[in-house]
Design a protein around this ligand. Structure first.
Ligand code: NDP
Length: 386
């Protein structure tokens, strides 16, 4: 019998469950690159239901308890003597979502002698100290691709929102105004702009594909170059580094994992090389951008807008300056937790648990750390020492 400790975000303020907005979800056949969707033996939830909050339990309770395991679900994850800390001491498996991350620091991993699996219900396992996981033989896995398209759609929405000054204009309409000059004095067309992505993995490439019909010039940088056919199909300009790319862009979107190479990448120096009035969209991880540098750039007008849904720490404190800086389009960390994405990552979480408890290999594309080293998707996208 194993103890599974699951950290999820709190239930809706109006109580659980919230009303179902739509009847069911569109059926997808597979992911865009052909990767198969999560394939557990069964699911015990209704696709389209809220699964990522405490009472949603990722639809796991019946499956785990029928197999004799213990499931503890909590949102209380930070501070001394949190419920998470109390249960971690004898937990075999920890499940957490990047939206409400249970930070598995080296110190916490040290205090969890039974821990064998740290499972990210989503993508991005930077809330786990990967070096400590490697040192302690903890397997780290995530549900690769489950919400990549969800985030790509969000990026496109945020680019258009900023460039066209949508959010302030919506506010003016809601508040009874008709101040067209105030709405349009910061509004532009995206058409003809140069748009670049830092990283062209699953999300970055999906953003490029979705933006191509807008008649923009597309740029990217990545550690590995995309196949020539894709570069030609989308008319992409490749740059050796973010530093080489950003001076050529009106809009920059960040779609790389957080690790030693990307932490603090968008600092004063890099932002100073961007075009004046450029837009920066970061849905990757908050720590990839220097918090104060972003505020300074918005205040000076070096950046015309900054949007994203990722912060550090999460949840962000009420006085976090990104809540009040000018011309921002920030949201809480939501882009990868649409109800559509939740159905996929809940199913993927169950698939990984079925493999883990059944003694069969976890899909290689889900692995980040295994057998004391970076593995699978992790070996490709992360760096040791990050
Ligand atoms: P992928 O692994 O498909 O893509 C990541 C890409 O980043 C890879 O192409 C990788 O390069 C590239 N990369 C890594 N380091 C660098 C670097 N130093 N410079 C340039 N490129 C780099 O992941 P996804 O696209 O699915 O997700 C990307 C990130 O987005 C996640 O790690 C996560 O942090 C974030 N995310 C955010 C979500 C949200 O809700 N806001 C939800 C899901 C993900 P290569 O493989 O070629 O070496």
């Amino acid at each position: 019998m194993a103890k599974v400790l699951c950290v999820l975000y709190p239930d809706p303020s109006g109580g659980y469950p919230p009303p179902l907005v739509r009847d069911g979800l569109p059926q997808l056949e597979h992911y865009p690159d052909g990767q198969t969707l999560p394939s557990p033996s069964a699911i015990d939830f209704t696709p389209g239901a809220l699964l990522g909050s405490v009472s949603g339990e990722l639809g796991l309770r019946r499956f785990l308890e029928d197999a004799g395991h213990e499931l503890v679900v909590t949102a209380d994850k930070d501070g001394d003597n949190s419920e998470f800390d109390r249960h971690l001491a004898d937990a075999d498996v920890v499940i957490s979502q990047p939206f409400w991350p249970a930070y598995l620091t080296a110190e916490r991993i040290e205090k969890a002698p039974n821990l064998k699996l740290a499972l990210t219900a989503g993508i991005g396992s930077d809330h786990v100290d990967l070096d400590a996981a490697i040192a302690h033989g903890v397997t780290v896995a995530e549900v690769t691709y489950c919400n990549s398209i969800s985030v790509a759609e969000h990026v496109v929405m945020m680019i258009l929102s900023l460039v066209r000054n949508y959010l302030p204009s919506n506010r003016i309409a809601s508040e009874g105004g008709w101040d067209i000059s105030d709405c349009v004095s910061r509004a532009f067309d995206l058409e003809g702009m140069d748009v670049g992505t830092v990283a062209a993995g699953r999300i970055g490439l999906a953003v490029l594909r979705r933006l191509a019909p807008f008649d923009v010039r597309l740029h990217y940088t990545d550690r590995h170059r995309l196949p020539t056919e894709i570069e030609q199909e989308l008319n992409l300009t490749f740059h050796e580094s973010a530093a080489a790319m950003v001076p050529h862009c009106d809009v920059v979107t960040v779609n790389a994992p957080l690790h030693s190479e990307t932490r603090g990448m968008f600092d004063d120096d890099l932002i100073a090389t961007m075009r004046r009035g450029a837009y920066l969209i970061n849905t990757a991880r908050g720590l990839i951008a220097d918090r104060e540098a972003v505020v300074r750039a918005l205040e000076s007008g070096q950046l015309a807008g900054y949007a994203g849904d990722v912060w550090y720490p999460q949840p962000a404190p009420p006085d976090h300056p990104w809540r009040s800086m000018p011309n921002h389009g920030m949201t809480p960390h939501i882009s990868g937790s649409t109800l559509s994405a939740q159905a996929r990552y809940a199913a993927g979480t169950r698939e990984i648990l079925e493999s883990f408890f059944g003694g069969t290999p976890v899909r290689d594309e889900y692995l980040i750390v295994d057998g004391g080293k970076l593995a699978g998707a992790g070996a490709h996208s992360y760096s040791k020492g990050g």
